[in-house]
Design a protein around this ligand. Structure first.
Ligand code: PLP
Length: 482
């Protein structure tokens, strides 16, 4: 395990890369940011980056790529079938994830779609540690339901539990017994559980899930999109692995799953996605769906250049000095916010810092979407674009009723090697001001609600003139400052 200490004793994350290509950012005046919010229906997904200063919406497809990835993109073999680029990717998947058979898809949710089409039907139940938005949507689109089986500790905001993404093994067995193993097409484990604050599971927990899957003859599917970060936290937090390499830990995890899938936008800092397995029967069950929905089996709808970048990016996840960058910056940000009394998910996870909007906006009822309101307010006063991960991101139940999220979070993603420490300090500063002025934030209501994955393109409006009042207070305190 690598560690770098400062003589001053300060606990600071240190960049282990240098910046050689940059992109200009714009910090537009607050009046323009207010207009942009109205134009974008108070939904941060609908903002243009012309109006966004720090884009902390997601790490999906936004991680910085390495010089070696860009170089590899130049040697792409653009053949429809039998491309050498795909062969290089197959080798990378075998070397890094340890799986023999690879099926490429255009991104992570395409894998979720094909896996659901192949295995889920009416009456199916998929137990999982926690859902991801698109995984849930595809399972329900195919007539299935899910059971989220975390331990209670996972929902505690201020915690020091190292593995809040662990599957509750006792509940898993109860669920299998009560629902019947034959109605459970697979168990889904998500590495670094996205929607509850990027929280990892332990390898021991995954072994216990595997044992249960074996006992009842059920497939185990592992969402590897954030596998590298989960492995990094295993190295930091699980005694058995403190002297193991990233390579060993990642392979230990994937070996426990029958089928792995991933968003390459995340795991390999490229674009694309894939499904991989050692089992020929699983490969065959999914194989025919790839040319039907994605593209031929040696490109799966992905640009060949991205396939080259994906292969190199997969190897780079084994490099601890690369994979540690985002979690260490998140740890810094979480620690800084926590010191200021701002409620934030602890321990720091991966993918981003997660602010607890339920507490920050305790005066806003869940019916008025506190996390969405906090995301809009932060953008207004800083140009920082976060993502709502609360009830707006939830889907309605089968009867059309609103389902309120377990947690109302404002996620501030920290893509790999994108931000500098002073930018992170700016986020800390503006959130601090917003926290001190939190009572000025008001609620939101839908004016346009799409039937599926409503959080992407839904339109909302403020329930009062709170954005104008917040802007007036900002101008009073900051004067002419952007
Ligand atoms: C854990 C997890 N699984 C699946 C996906 C879906 O991947 P994609 O965005 O490439 O469709 C994501 C995307 O953010 C994710 O975080």
């Amino acid at each position: 395990m690598q560690e770098i200490k400062f003589y001053s004793g300060e606990d600071l994350p240190l960049e282990l890369h240098k910046v050689r290509i940059v992109q200009k950012l714009f910090l537009v005046p607050i009046e323009r940011r207010l207009e942009a919010l109205y134009e974008g229906g108070f939904n941060t997904f609908r903002l243009s980056t012309k109006d966004v200063f720090l884009d902390m919406l997601t790490d999906s497809g936004t991680n910085a790529m390495s010089d070696n990835q860009l170089a590899a993109m130049m040697q792409a073999d653009d053949a429809y079938a039998g491309s050498q680029s795909f062969e290089r990717l197959q080798k990378a998947v075998k070397d890094v994830l340890g799986k023999e058979y690879l099926l490429p898809v255009h991104q992570g949710r395409a894998a979720e779609s094909l896996i659901s089409i192949a295995y889920v039907k009416k009456g199916s139940l998929v137990p999982m540690n926690y859902h991801f938005t698109t995984a849930l949507a595809h399972i329900t689109q195919n007539g299935g339901k899910i059971a989220e089986l975390l331990y209670d500790e996972a929902y505690v905001i201020n915690s020091d539990h190292p593995f809040k993404g662990n599957m509750n093994i006792e509940k898993l067995e109860e669920t299998i017994k009560s629902h019947g193993a034959t109605n459970i097409p697979f168990i889904r484990m998500e590495a670094s559980t996205n929607l509850i604050g990027g929280q990892p599971f332990s390898v021991q927990n995954l072994r216990d899930v595997r044992a249960m899957a074996d006992k009842y003859g059920i497939r185990l599917v592992l969402d590897c999109s954030l596998l590298g970060e989960n492995a990094y936290l295993v190295m930091k937090r699980e005694e058995e692995f403190k002297n193991s390499s990233m390579e060993i830990i990642m392979k230990e995890m994937t070996a426990l799953a029958d089928l792995c899938y991933f968003s390459a936008r995340k795991i390999s800092s490229s674009r694309g996605g894939g499904m991989c397995t050692d089992k020929m029967e699983i490969f065959r069950e999914l194989e025919a769906l790839v040319p039907l929905y994605e593209g031929f089996l040696t490109y799966g709808g992905i640009s060949i250049r991205e396939i080259e970048a994906m292969a190199v990016g997969l190897y780079e996840t084994q490099d601890e000095s690369m994979i540690c960058q985002s979690p260490n910056f998140i740890k810094y940000l979480v620690g800084a916010l926590d010191k200021k009394g701002i409620p934030v998910i602890k321990p720091a996870g991966v993918l981003g810092a997660h602010v607890d909007a339920m507490q920050v906006c305790a005066h806003i009822p869940q019916t008025e979407y506190p996390a969405g309101a906090l995301a809009a307010a932060l953008f207004l006063i800083s140009g920082v674009r976060g993502m709502e991960r609360g009830s707006i991101s939830n889907q309605r139940d089968e009867y059309g009723n609103e389902t309120y999220a377990d947690m109302e979070l404002l996620r501030l993603a920290v893509p790999r090697r994108v931000f500098t420490l002073s930018q992170i300090k700016y986020v800390e500063d503006r959130l601090h001001w917003l926290y001190d002025n939190r009572k000025l934030i008001g609620g939101l209501r839908f004016v346009y609600e799409p039937p599926v994955l409503r959080f992407f393109m839904g339109g909302l409006e403020p329930t009062s003139d709170w954005p104008q009042k917040l802007m007036a207070k900002f101008k009073k305190d900051f004067g002419e400052s952007l």
